[in-house]
Design a protein around this ligand. Structure first.
Ligand code: BLA
Length: 505
């Protein structure tokens, strides 16, 4: 088994977080092989569960609640059908209520006992609340209102001090786009975090197992004990899995007592998360967590519908702008002027912060680009056969322009008339210019041993480092619309040249 090296900031994406060899102490765990013999348990099991355990013992020889045996036999009986979906039952040991969660993974049967303070009646009334929440979510027509409603629902269900909707961007960095928090707490709304705050192996795990709870950030992990010749237990699907010490330090630096997050998965990809904080320790009963998980699935399905609708709308809008421009061009000889009449629509279609239109010696600029820079850009565009040029980072520009462009690091240029040097150019500013970072939530924060990197401001600095000198990339809808626009403009130019030629002969 060996002692695992402590992860550092530099290697944390390779920390094997699925095999920590320990659990969180608000529960206990028994591990069986498929013959239902004990091969390991958490070191607190005997005391917490009032059992005497020995390696190799068959589960039936332990004095567990009848209910647990029945569920276990049922579960193992229809493994084929049920796949890896866990079963949960309630049990009482030493007058304490436990949720018992049973699942199998990689030939292991894992039985987790999670302490719970609420009675079944309390929990059931929560489930009803969740049901009402679902109905309201499904009716939302925009992603923003959907997520705002979702954080409010989850806050009501769980009582967390803060619930955020965190959504991932094209490069896996993320934004807090909706938030509900208790009075007196500062807001994280609008903040942006780099991809590395949730490293790749964690994202992978979170697409498999969609919910995790850290009930008490200050916990002392409880080791697993058992057969030493066994491979380390894969805890990917465990509810009590002990979490990465790096992440614990991060949460501690933020002053948090408990954390829960729920994955929102769209088309197999981690699209976002509902991230919850509590300022003191907080344990949410299993069935309420499952209700949150269902909410996240409803959110995913609703988002997916809204996105489909938005894509259709974006394409429709692009078509309408293109058609209007083509109509103008029927009786307007000056293309730069015609494009100017539709500049705002074209800016929207191309997602541009500024536009340059030029043909022959004429040039027009829409946006705050200095005239001299616009001329400089035009002179340096490639003269080969490419009609569409895409530069999305400073180092893709010709060397002599890399400095003069300053913040204008993104370029999508359409050559609509090669013979007259006709170009329509969309420009984007550097990503850093596009974000308005709110106030400082960590004035009185004392960072832990790994330093200021593991704080919200440290994260933002990291994000800036990663994206320096790049623009937000053009997405596939914008690129498709750009190509269609280019083709329409090329056809229009060709027609014009043909008319001129005809007039000459
Ligand atoms: C996990 N990082 C996470 C999780 C979240 C975040 C939500 C999931 C675990 C949980 O539910 O608490 C990130 N949490 C955030 C962010 C906000 C938030 C961005 O509340 C914004 C408000 N983390 C780092 C760095 C490393 C790192 C630099 O910041 C490594 C170099 C690691 N984060 C890290 C690891 C995990 C993690 C390893 C997995 C924890 C686990 O499941 O074991």
């Amino acid at each position: 088994n060996g002692v695992q090296e402590l992860p550092t900031l530099a290697n944390c994406a390779s920390e094997p977080i699925h095999i920590p060899g320990s659990i969180q102490p608000h529960g206990a765990m028994l591990v069986l092989n498929l013959a239902q013999e004990l091969i390991g348990w958490s070191a607190n099991s005997e005391e917490m569960l009032n059992l005497q355990l020995c390696l190799g013992a068959h589960i039936n020889t332990l004095k567990l609640d009848e209910e647990i045996y029945l569920s276990l036999q049922d579960f193992l009986g229809d493994l084929e059908e049920a796949g890896s979906a866990p079963v949960a039952v309630e049990t009482a040991i030493n007058q304490k209520i436990f949720d018992v969660v049973i699942h199998t993974y990689l030939d292991r049967v894992i039985i987790e006992f999670e302490t719970r303070e609420q009675t079944s009646d309390e929990v059931a009334s929560f489930a009803l609340k969740a049901h009402r929440g679902i109905d309201r979510l499904k009716r939302q027509k925009s992603i923003n209102t959907l997520l705002q409603m979702a954080v409010e629902e989850v806050q009501k269900l769980t009582g967390f001090d803060r619930v955020m909707a965190y959504i991932f961007r094209h490069d896996d960095s993320g934004d807090v786009v909706a938030e509900k928090h208790s009075p007196g707490l500062h807001s994280y709304l609008g903040r942006r975090y780099p991809a590395s705050d949730i490293p790749a192996q964690a994202r992978r795990l979170y697409t498999l197992n969609t919910l995790r709870l850290i009930a008490d950030i200050g916990y002392t992990p409880v080791s697993l004990v058992g057969k030493t010749d066994e491979a380390p237990l894969d805890m990917s699907y465990c509810v009590l899995r002990s979490v990465s010490p790096i992440h614990i330090e991060y949460l501690r630096n933020m002053g948090i007592g408990a954390s829960m997050s729920v994955s929102i998965i769209i088309n197999g990809r981690l699209w976002g998360m509902l991230a919850c904080h509590h300022m003191s320790p907080r344990q949410i009963p299993y069935s309420i967590r499952m209700a949150c998980d269902v909410l996240a699935q409803i959110i995913a399905a609703t988002v997916s519908n809204i996105q489909e609708h938005e894509r259709t709308e974006a394409t429709r809008f692009a078509t309408s702008v293109r058609t209007a421009l083509m109509e103008t061009l029927i009786d307007e000889d000056d293309i730069t002027h015609a494009i100017g009449l539709h500049a705002q629509g074209l800016k929207n279609v191309l997602g541009a912060d500024a536009l340059i239109v030029a043909q022959n010696k004429k040039m027009e600029v829409f946006g705050d680009i200095p005239q001299s820079l616009a001329e400089n850009i035009l002179e340096n565009l490639p003269t080969d056969n490419e009609d569409l040029v895409l530069w999305q980072a400073r180092n893709q520009w010709p060397e002599n322009l890399q400095e003069p462009i300053k913040k204008w690091v993104g370029l999508l240029a359409l050559r609509f008339d090669p013979s007259s040097n006709g170009w329509l150019i969309a420009l984007r500013v550097e990503q850093i210019e596009t974000i308005n970072w709110g106030g400082d939530p960590e004035k009185d924060m004392k960072p832990g041993p790994l330093g200021a990197r593991l704080t919200p401001n440290g994260s933002f600095e990291e994000w800036k480092q990663v994206v320096r000198d790049t623009s937000i990339p053009w997405d596939s809808i914008q690129l498709d619309s750009a190509r269609e626009l280019l083709n329409a403009l090329l056809r229009s130019s060709n027609r014009r040249h043909a008319e001129i030629d005809r007039a000459r002969t």
